[in-house]
Design a protein around this ligand. Structure first.
Ligand SMILES: Nc1nc2c(c(=O)[nH]1)N[C@H]1C(S)=C(S)[C@@H](COP(=O)(O)OP(=O)(O)OC[C@H]3O[C@@H](n4cnc5c(N)ncnc54)[C@H](O)[C@@H]3O)O[C@H]1N2
Ligand code: MOO
Length: 419
C-alpha cells in the first residue's frame, strides 16, 4: 500500500456561476465534472479483491494472450506447405500434442500429429484439420482438399501482445477484466482506495426498519436505498444512522461524517421549510452553494462543502433522493473515486404513453421497456417508493416543453447504466 493521497478539494468546488437562477441539468453536470478531482489514495489489491475497484494505473500485459500459437480445435496438425494437390492421406507421428503437454519433437513435412484444443503448435505444424473432417485409418488420416493455410489455429498474441496496455487507469474492474488480468500474467493491481460515502437520514418522523412505528412516523426508506446504491457503485458505505430535525445533532453528524468519509449523502431537510436543517446548516456555516437545478424530481437538492468534504443534501422524497443520486451524485462520486466522468448510456425507444410536458425543468420518469416500448409508472408522485421498485430505468424528458404521443421516441436510461 502506497497510501499516496491527493490534495483536498478546493472549498468552492460546487460554486455555481453568479446570476444564474435555475441551473440547467447539463450546466450543473458540467460544473461537477470540471470542479471535482479524485480524493482517494492508492493501494495494491490481489486479483481476488479487485472486482469493482478502480484501476489507478494503466494495466500493461506481462504476457501475450495466447502466449503461443495453438490449435483452436481437436484434430490433426501438419505443415500446410507439405500438402500435395487434391485429397490428402498423411501418416501420423507417434504421440500427441495436448494443452499443457506440448509435443516434444518436430513434425516432419508430410506427416500429421494428433492435437487437442489449446495445445501449442509443435515445430513443423502451422495448420490443423478438424477431427470431424478426417477419416482415421491405421496410423494415417485422410481428408479432402480445400483447407486454408493456418486453418483452426490461434496466433501467439493475436488477442493481446505482451507490453500492450489492456486497461486504462480509471477503469472500474469487471469480472471479465479479472479474466483479462489473469490471462496476461498479473495477479495484483494498483487500485484507488475505495471511496468512503457517509449516508445520513434526517427527520423526526423516521423510524428504523423493524422498529415499532407510532402515528405520524414513517420507516427510513432512504438509508437502505442510498446505502445499496453506494455499494452498487463499488464504494464503501458508512452508515451514520438517522438524525432528528435538530441543528445541533445534525452538525455533530456532519462533523462525524466529514471526519470519516470522503463524501456525504444526506436525505431530507434539503428544502427551505422550518425543519429543513440540512440546507439551513450548510447556509449558516457558509458552506452551502445555493443549487437550484431545473430538474424534476429533485428541485431542492442542496450541495455544499462541510469541512472540505462534499455534501449532497438530497431531497427527502425517496424518488427525488434516488434520481438525484443517479443523475448528480453518481458521476460526481465516480470522479472523487478516481474513475473519471461517465455519462450513463441511453437510447431512444417509442413511448407507450402520452404526456404534455411543461417547459423549464428536465424530467426523469420511472420507466421500463415492455414489447419494445417505454412504459412509465402510473404516478409521478415523489413519495411512491413502489414505482422505484417497479422501474428498470428512467425516461429523460428534455428541458423544453414537449408534447409526447404514443409511439414518439423518448430517451431511456437503463438503471444498469448507472454503475
Ligand atoms: N413550499 C415548498 N414545499 C416543498 C417544496 C417546495 O419547493 N416548496 N419542494 C417539495 C419537494 S419537490 C420535495 S422533494 C420535498 C423535499 O424536501 P426536503 O428535502 O426538505 O425533505 P423533507 O421535507 O425532509 O421530506 C420530504 C418527504 O420525504 C419523506 N422522507 C424524508 N426522509 C425520508 C426517508 N429517509 N425515508 C422515507 N421518506 C423520507 C418525508 O417524510 C417527507 O414526506 O419538499 C417538498 N416541499
Ligand atoms: O422534486 Mo421533489 O424533488 O420530489 O418532487
Amino acid at each position: 500500500m502506497t497510501g499516496l493521497k491527493p490534495p483536498p478539494l478546493r472549498d468552492d468546488c460546487f460554486a455555481l456561476p453568479a446570476g444564474i437562477d435555475w441551473t440547467p441539468v447539463d450546466d450543473a453536470l458540467a460544473l461537477l465534472r470540471e470542479k471535482l478531482r479524485p480524493v482517494v489514495g492508492q493501494e495494491k489489491s490481489p486479483l481476488s479483491g479487485a472486482l469493482g475497484r478502480v484501476l489507478a494505473t494503466p494495466l500493461v500485459a506481462a504476457r501475450s494472450n495466447p502466449p503461443q500459437a495453438n490449435t483452436a480445435v481437436d484434430g490433426y496438425g501438419f505443415a500446410y506447405a507439405s500438402l500435395g494437390d487434391g485429397d490428402q492421406v498423411l501418416p501420423l507421428v507417434e504421440g500427441r500434442a495436448a494443452a499443457g503437454a506440448p509435443f516434444p519433437r518436430q513434425v516432419p513435412p508430410g506427416y500429421a500429429v494428433r492435437m487437442l484444443t489449446g495445445a501449442a503448435l509443435p515445430d513443423g505444424v502451422d495448420t490443423v484439420i478438424l477431427q470431424e473432417d478426417v477419416t482415421v485409418g491405421d496410423g494415417e488420416i485422410a481428408f479432402r482438399a480445400g483447407l486454408k493455410a493456418g486453418a483452426n489455429t490461434r496466433k501467439a498474441g493475436e488477442d493481446v501482445a505482451a507490453g500492450d496496455t489492456v486497461l486504462k487507469a480509471g477503469r472500474t474492474l469487471t469480472a471479465a477484466d479479472l479474466a483479462l488480468i489473469a490471462a496476461v500474467g498479473l495477479s495484483q493491481v494498483e487500485v484507488f482506495q475505495r471511496l468512503k460515502v457517509a449516508v445520513v437520514s434526517t427527520g423526526d418522523e423516521l423510524v428504523d426498519a423493524g422498529e415499532p412505528a407510532g402515528p405520524g412516523q414513517i420507516y427510513d426508506a432512504n438509508r437502505p436505498m442510498l446505502s445499496g446504491l453506494v455499494q452498487g457503485f463499488g464504494f464503501e458505505t458508512i452508515d451514520l444512522g438517522k438524525v432528528p430535525d435538530n441543528r445541533k445533532a445534525l452538525r455533530k453528524a456532519l462533523d462525524d461524517a466529514a471526519d470519516r468519509a470522503d463524501v456525504v449523502l444526506t436525505s431530507g431537510g434539503a428544502s427551505s421549510g422550518d425543519e429543513d436543517h440540512v440546507s439551513a446548516l450548510l447556509t449558516e456555516a457558509g458552506a452551502m452553494t445555493e443549487w437550484r437545478i431545473a430538474v424534476k424530481p429533485g428541485r431542492p437538492l442542496a450541495l455544499g462543502m462541510w469541512q472540505g468534504t462534499p455534501v449532497f443534501g438530497l431531497p427527502g422524497n425517496p424518488v427525488a433522493a434516488m434520481v438525484c443520486t443517479l443523475i448528480f451524485a453518481r458521476p460526481a462520486m465516480a470522479v472523487l473515486a478516481g474513475a473519471g466522468w461517465s455519462a450513463p448510456q441511453s437510447f431512444d425507444v417509442p413511448a407507450a404513453f402520452s404526456k404534455s410536458k411543461k417547459p423549464g425543468r428536465r424530467e426523469y420518469l420511472r420507466a421500463r421497456i415492455r414489447d419494445g416500448q417505454a412504459e412509465v409508472f402510473k404516478s409521478e408522485g415523489s413519495g411512491r417508493i413502489s414505482g422505484l421498485s417497479w422501474a428498470e430505468g428512467l425516461v429523460e424528458l428534455p428541458d423544453a416543453a414537449a408534447e409526447i404521443r404514443q409511439g414518439d421516441p423518448v430517451r431511456f436510461i437503463p438503471l444498469t447504466s448507472f454503475s
